[in-house]
Design a protein around this ligand. Structure first.
Ligand code: AMP
Length: 449
């Protein structure tokens, strides 16, 4: 540990504060992961791999291709692409100046970045619908609690170039089917329509008039956004704002004919797919480029952080960040929350148990034979481990037990002489001498004994 410490110290100023002295030697304090971040340790990674493989399989089935974009972008992209009156932009972004004096932001979500990439590479040029998905880390400076982190992971999709309500239904269907495939029940799909640039301004004005009368009951943030972004007041989590918004006008009462028709179509398609939904008039996205469908999928047993997926249509976003008018719709699923839900219901299968072998050797010549046998076994898909710590035979046998090896292959002095390994079946204790060259066949062939 001390060696690692001194080599990190070598990197310079960054580590100076964490350095202390031990017997006149500079060493690092044991550092901890920053608040709101977490390590995913080897014991847990199978859970992530399980969820990610189901996601990838489903996306392939639905015709979605993976896109990977950088973890940080020009801050301006998020100011435009999320909106500077949202909490995410106003309070939660990890923004810093890089060494070249540029303002950089760690992505707090990925829609804006995917749209940036779509435009930069002129994917719109082929007039096709682009169905994209991503999985990756997002960063928000929020108060950490169960289900809420500063670095978290999202699986999301973005469909660009599709204006039909059939796209809205497909996207909702994909999220819903993912959760069902993973085994979750008790899902609640909330949907709403927030109109478009024609009908929303009328509703917006009604909402401002409604809240102006109750301004003193609103939290400071909502008072500040009353005229800039009144729709956001509807999804403010403060109790006082929730009380104040009881009886507020509903957007669905103000939709123009076209928006009404689109909303009806989405509902009809969801009914055809037998996906139950609740129309929730509090569900809004506060910015002008969001249009029509907004939705959220909740898993109520998670309690306060029960939203596992949020999404909606953003027909004005591509234009807003400088591209040609292009309809878009997408969602993002919080993977930590999804995993919490799956763990709660014990829905994550243990990794499949593959045959394991441990090779015990005595001396360098035995290691030469041991690593050859190890390679033969690995070539046949058998997990084979060999001692890497020059331990005694007894220590290695103990390790074989810890590894839950089904077979132990022992190569000591006698075995070297006979060019045969002692192969021990750890379950029944039976031991047989097998020529070195035949060990891998013996073990793989005996799998059904
Ligand atoms: P949003 O991008 O805010 O619409 O969030 C989409 C989904 O990401 C939410 O439904 C949550 O499941 C998840 N999510 C958002 N913020 C966090 C966070 N700070 N920690 C963990 N998950 C989050």
């Amino acid at each position: 540990a001390y060696e690692i410490a001194s080599c990190l110290v070598g990197f310079g100023d960054v580590y100076k504060r964490q350095v202390f002295f031990y017997e006149n030697k500079e060493v690092l304090r044991i550092l901890q992961a920053l608040r709101g971040t977490q390590d995913i340790l080897p014991d847990n990674i199978y859970k992530w791999n399980h969820v990610e493989s189901v996601i990838k399989e489903l996306c392939a089935l639905y015709g979605y291709s993976e896109i990977r974009t950088p973890m940080f972008e020009d801050t301006k992209l998020f100011l435009r692409g999320i909106g500077d009156t949202t909490d995410v932009v106003a309070k939660e972004m990890y923004t810093f100046e890089d060494r070249g004096g540029r303002s950089i932001t760690l992505r707090p979500e990925n829609t804006a970045a995917v749209v940036r990439s779509y435009l930069e590479h002129k994917l719109y040029g082929d007039q096709q619908v682009h169905k994209l998905f991503y999985i990756g880390s997002m960063f928000r400076y929020d108060r950490p609690q169960a289900g809420r982190y500063r670095e978290f992971h999202q699986f999301g999709v973005e469909v660009l170039g599709a204006s039909s309500p059939a796209a809205d239904a497909e996207v909702i269907n994909l999220a819903y089917t993912l959760f069902k495939t993973l085994g979750l029940k008790e899902l609640e799909l909330h949907i709403n329509s927030i109109g478009d640039y024609k009908c929303r301004p009328i509703y917006r004005q009604k909402l401002i008039e409604f809240f102006e009368e109750k301004e003193d009951q609103l939290c400071d943030d909502c008072q500040a956004r009353l005229h800039k972004n009144p729709l956001r007041i509807l999804d403010c989590k403060e109790d006082s704002c929730r009380r104040a918004s009881a009886g507020a006008p509903k957007i669905t009462d103000y939709l123009c004919d076209e928006c009404e028709k689109k909303f009806e179509a989405v509902k009809r398609y969801l009914a055809a797919l037998e996906i139950p939904y609740l129309v929730d008039s509090r569900l809004v996205r506060g910015l002008d480029y969001y249009t029509n469908t907004a939705f959220e999928i909740q898993y109520p047993p998670l309690g306060a952080q029960s939203a596992i997926c949020g999404g909606g249509r953003y027909d004005g976003l591509v234009e807003d960040v400088g591209g040609p008018s292009t309809p878009g719709i997408g969602f993002a699923v919080g993977l930590e929350r999804l995993l919490l839900a799956l763990e709660m219901q014990k829905l994550i299968p243990e990794p499949a148990n593959r045959k394991k072998v441990y090779i015990v050797t005595l001396g360098e010549d035995a290691v030469v034979e041991g690593i050859k046998i190890q390679q033969h076994l690995r070539d046949k898909g058998v997990i084979a481990e060999i001692d890497l710590q020059d331990r005694s035979i007894k220590g290695q046998m103990k390790q074989a037990g810890k590894n839950n090896a089904e077979y132990t292959v022992i190569i000591g002095a006698n075995e070297m002489e006979k060019k045969e390994a002692a192969v021990k079946n750890m379950e029944n204790g039976k031991q047989q001498d097998i020529p070195f060259l035949k060990v891998s066949d013996f073990i793989t062939g005996s799998s059904r004994q």
